[in-house]
Write a protein that binds this ligand. Sequence first.
Ligand SMILES: Cc1cc2nc3c(=O)[nH]c(=O)nc-3n(C[C@H](O)[C@H](O)[C@H](O)COP(=O)(O)OP(=O)(O)OC[C@H]3O[C@@H](n4cnc5c(N)ncnc54)[C@H](O)[C@@H]3O)c2cc1C
Length: 375
Amino acid sequence: MAGARVRCRGHSGGVQVSSDVPLAPLTTLGLGGPARHLVEARTEQELLDAVVAADAAAEQVLLLGGGSNLVLPDAGVAGTVVLIRTSGIRTTDAGADGSVLVSVAAGEPWEPLVVRTVTAGLAGMECLAGIPGLTGAAPVQNVGAYGQDVGLTVAEVRAYDRAEGTVRVLGAQECRFGYRHSRFKAEPGRWLVLEVTFRLRRRECSEPVRYAELARRLGIPLGGRAPLGEVADAVLDLRRAKGMVVNPGDPDTASAGSFFTNPVLSPAEFGALRERLRRLPGEGSGEMPGYGEPDGRTKVPAAWLIERAGFGKGFGAELGSGRARVSSRHTLALTNRGGATTAELLTLARTIRDGVRERLGVELVNEPVLVGDTL
Ligand SMILES: Cc1cc2nc3c(=O)[nH]c(=O)nc-3n(C[C@H](O)[C@H](O)[C@H](O)COP(=O)(O)OP(=O)(O)OC[C@H]3O[C@@H](n4cnc5c(N)ncnc54)[C@H](O)[C@@H]3O)c2cc1C
């Protein structure tokens, strides 16, 4: 909570409530006005008390983890922000198949967890090194990178169901994981993730590497394996080169990661996109990247579409104050170069969304959660 000016107001459900707390320093974008009330929950009981008390008072609740996948409004948040700072990691040998169950409190930071599992010789999250944020948010958008996503290793999620007023344990099937999606994202306001249990494999080598760029970097064939530490290090190198590891001194990393998800197109939509690209002056569709999905659709990299639509790295200097811009290292990251507002960032996002729609006929959808707004 460094940098936050906090005025204490009192107690609610046994936890301290602060008022008019600046939220921008609690996000990676550094955007957003103050929270009317903020509760910092360090134990699971405090977390439950805070959410139950706010629900009972019919207050708007915002669950805040690492603030790395959120765009908060300039006007701030009128209700209660619950800052998740719980801790605890338990490891249990699951049985003869060599799997290990790792149960992690929602407030545990993600990156140190990956380092810890890799160092302990546990495979399953090595490609997710360098992703910011906390563990409780990982199942919310089924975080993923370099061919792995958490849905592959989540065994169960223990969560408070705010609709039913009970704590429930959801198996992986019940979490309904999809590409950057889950039941928790599909039912906003219903779930408070308390703890996530992962099933990892005790082995020296990684799971098969499914991402071509990473396999090339490691010098192995696609589907090959490499020592866990080498895979995690290679992922970190690739991410750093793209400004996708948070570094307070580097304005390219003041983002919410990828701002748009990769569109998944039906065969008809994919054909129409090829046709549009063929008609663009000076453009060919020959090398258009696309990854086949099991249901016959094709996932197309949003970064590639954005560049083809004419929005290059660094775009945005000509919009408004120019303080909200596309990263100079990755077309998919929208950044706050210092002093931007959420309104400016959303203008940039809408300009790109509209341009891609106009030129290529593809609708881009935002990946981060926009609080109190839509694109
Ligand atoms: C530089 C950078 C790189 C990134 N790279 C990737 C990447 O490679 N892959 C990827 O998938 N994401 C990536 N992200 C996005 C982000 O890091 C992840 O989505 C991360 O899991 C968000 O965690 P958080 O704790 O910061 O969540 P927050 O931003 O605090 O919250 C995100 C959403 O989850 C909700 N939430 C948070 N905690 C809980 C909880 N315990 N229970 C219920 N709801 C909760 C919030 O209310 C909000 O709706 C990146 C972000 C940045 C800034």
